[in-house]
Ligand binder design. Structure first.
Ligand code: MG
Length: 350
């Protein structure tokens, strides 16, 4: 039985303009991969991260380049993915799409949800946070008021108005908050002062306060911060993790950053061995990419899988979120399929 590979794009329209410290988006183009084998379809999504020098436009060529390495039996996905990581540099968004599609297909071939193939209990998953982008303080507060009732909100900071934004959010909710500065606080004393201020306002952790390349600054801050400091931009692959021990309390891993589920499992194991906590995050992506991450989310301390909830419409309607917790349906593979009206133009790679 041969394996066929198709790839195309879909455009994700956002409910609100999305601003973080380095960029603003109103929609996002992502790549979709379909692997077909033995009458089954495996789906994957590539939503590459510009911060790491990748774009969705580069995914089809990268997928076509890797297609000859996939072999003809997706049930051997671990060996296939080892081969891709060994032989192809970079292209982590394309690797993530192929990795998801292989896991989807292999689990469908076994007739089980992926979490069951991996031996995980979806009921053990922590609640997910709901992210609020940068905006005028009153608009940030309005977004919190209209957001679904989640256990915790993740507030994007990194402007001169950070304190006004947090005060406005606090006027709208008394739930725990997480803060992501996306590397915006350049000075360690400024970062520590802001974190001490945030600790008095019900913030439970701070993500990437200072630039990723300032590991010494992070080590200084980690020793003094009253709140856990989480690496995001500072970590990509499992091999990056050991040097972050003592510089951060935990790390935020993402399938689009590390190249999929197989590498994400390595990141989690190395982080545990190094005494670091783990958060599983996402990009702006559809319910497909979110589902892939959700299947391994029972392994992490903090879940931040809301990328599809920020969309005006989800081309791969995701697993439901109930009371802020992702509830994985008991369906084979990743458990998601394209919406009936999705006009996906996929092209074979050969
Ligand atoms: Mg982040």
């Amino acid at each position: 039985m041969s394996l066929t590979v198709e790839v195309g794009f879909t455009e994700l329209a956002l409910r609100h303009r999305w601003t973080i410290s380095r960029a603003t988006l109103t929609s996002k183009r992502v790549a979709i991969v379909r692997l077909s084998w033995n009458g089954l379809a495996g789906w994957g999504e590539g939503a590459p991260i510009s911060r790491f020098g990748e774009t969705a436009d580069g995914v089809p060529a990268a997928v076509a380049g890797m297609a000859p390495l996939l072999g003809d039996d997706p049930r051997r996905y671990r060996a296939i993915l080892d081969r891709l990581f060994r032989e192809v540099p970079g292209a982590y968004g394309a690797k993530a799409a192929l990795d998801m599609a292989l896991h989807d297909l292999a689990a469908k071939a076994l007739g089980a949800p992926l979490y069951r193939v991996l031996g995980l209990d979806p009921a053990a998953m922590a609640p997910t946070s709901f992210s609020i982008g940068i905006d005028e303080p009153d608009k940030v507060a309005a977004k919190v008021r209209e957001a679904p009732a989640f256990a915790t909100y993740k507030i994007k900071l990194g402007t001169p108005r950070d304190r006004e934004i947090v005060d406005a959010v606090r006027s709208a909710t008394d739930r725990p908050l997480r803060v992501d500065a996306n590397e915006a606080w350049k000075d360690r004393d400024e970062a520590l002062a802001k974190i001490r201020w945030l600790a008095e306002r019900g913030v439970e952790l701070v993500e990437q306060p200072m630039p990723a390349d300032d590991v010494e600054g992070a080590r200084w801050l980690c020793a003094r911060s009253p709140l856990p400091i989480i690496a995001d931009e500072a970590v990509q692959l499992a091999a990056d993790v050991p040097r972050l021990a003592g510089a951060y309390h935990g790390l935020n891993l993402k399938l689009q950053k590390c190249g999929g589920i197989a590498e994400a499992l390595r990141v989690i194991e190395v982080a545990r061995a190094c005494g670091l906590k783990t958060m599983l995050g996402c990009m702006i992506e559809s319910g497909l990419g979110i589902a892939a991450a959700a299947h391994i989310a029972p392994l992490v301390d903090w879940v931040d899988l809301d990328g599809n909830l920020l969309l005006a419409a989800d081309p791969f309607p995701g697993h439901p979120v109930e009371g802020g917790v992702l509830r994985l349906r008991d369906e084979p593979g990743l458990g998601v399929a394209p919406a009936g009206d999705l006009a996906l133009r996929l092209e074979p790679t050969s």
